[in-house]
Write a protein that binds this ligand. Sequence first.
Ligand code: NAD
Length: 426
Amino acid sequence: MKVGIIGTGYVGLATGVSLCLKGNEVRFYDKDINKIKSLRESKTPFFDPELQEALVLINSKRRAFFHENLEEFMSEVEVVFISISTTIKGDFTINPLEFEELVRKIVKLAKRKIIIVFKSTITPDLYLSLENLLENSNLLSAVNPEFLREGTALKDAMSPWRIVVGTSSTESKLVMEDLYKDFRCPKVFTDPVSAIIIKYASNSFLGVKISFINEIANLCEDIGGNIADISTGIGLDPRIGRDFLRAGIGFGGPCLPKDLRIFSSFAESNGISLETIKAALRVNDVQYLKVVDKLKKHLLTLTGKYVGVFGLSFKESTDDLRNSLTIPLISKIQEAGALVKAHDFLALDKAKELLANVACSDDVFFVASESDAIVIATDWQQYRNLDWQKVLKVMKGNLVIDGRNLLNPTHMRKLGFIYEAIGKAA
Ligand code: NAD
């Protein structure tokens, strides 16, 4: 099939590359010409080694085409995926303008019957208003929400846990069934509103799980109990499951916080208050402050103290800093008077643009040197295997606040650290 992808971010690129690897001819368009130019040279605009390798392969086989011009892009495609960023307004509704403008342009440029597939996460009202723009054209539409995880984007796109397609058109359904016929996973074909709610409700449920375990962790800090054991004990029940039950500083990133707020605001505009989601957000909004409280508890004052922050990206295996909790966390530590140095494995270039007065380095020992405390802010597994003895040697103090519950408390204390995690009595 001749497939078009508009928006070559994490979702668009992974979707397009996976469809190309399955034998389709795929055309990519992005408003950012520099992205298109680097993709043509097989360079991904973000870190993803597997995607990078696959891009080299599909470029060498000449099955992928990268367009700077939308008209040229439109000339060949049968199905167009829209996977552009979802930007939000102050009231947590989606800014519809980019979507509307794009759909109008597609309608104008389409020379044959094509199907517009919305992969970007958008609300039901926005989808229905965009579908209205197709009236009086012979274009069809569908919703195909994306569930991939950054860090394993291509793997998830190639072998998804499920594919969800929402459409009211039998013709679109048949085309989407055909497009996804080689993907071996459960497939849910439904109406557009249900497909959209599956996406928002899934992300909301993950957010609720994280905030739930964080509340239990906070309780354990007062009354005792080991949150790691408790999470294991809860998660072994298959009705609950183990994932997303690790206590820590909360959820960040480009999707969960945004999607929960948009979903809640969308429901509110329809007269419904989604109380569990609101509660999950309330818990999450303050959870990262636990780290600042713990620093103050041990150091008494942060004025003039040095804090080394380990990890900047919103989670491991990505250089994505969008809505990373490490950014407000660093601001709060600085506001309390401390000087901050920060380490990350991938996100340093992006971080330098965002962080003021932070000495960023890819050398953990430089970041640790002369520091009164270390804060682990991202769950990079590499921090588990660090030479912590050497870290302690270069530090001025011996305090570690593990905001991701990565390390073994007994081992850390044996080495001589004052070690605190989230939800484990100190
Ligand atoms: P991204 O910011 O990485 O990429 C979006 C791309 O779209 C950018 O390259 C941007 O230049 C391009 N773009 C924006 N407006 C455009 C326009 N009008 N015309 C052409 N190109 C345009 O975004 P992403 O993380 O890939 O997310 C895309 C969508 O998928 C969002 O709705 C997001 O919520 C959703 N989503 C993201 C993830 C994730 O893990 N990142 C997972 C599932 C769903």
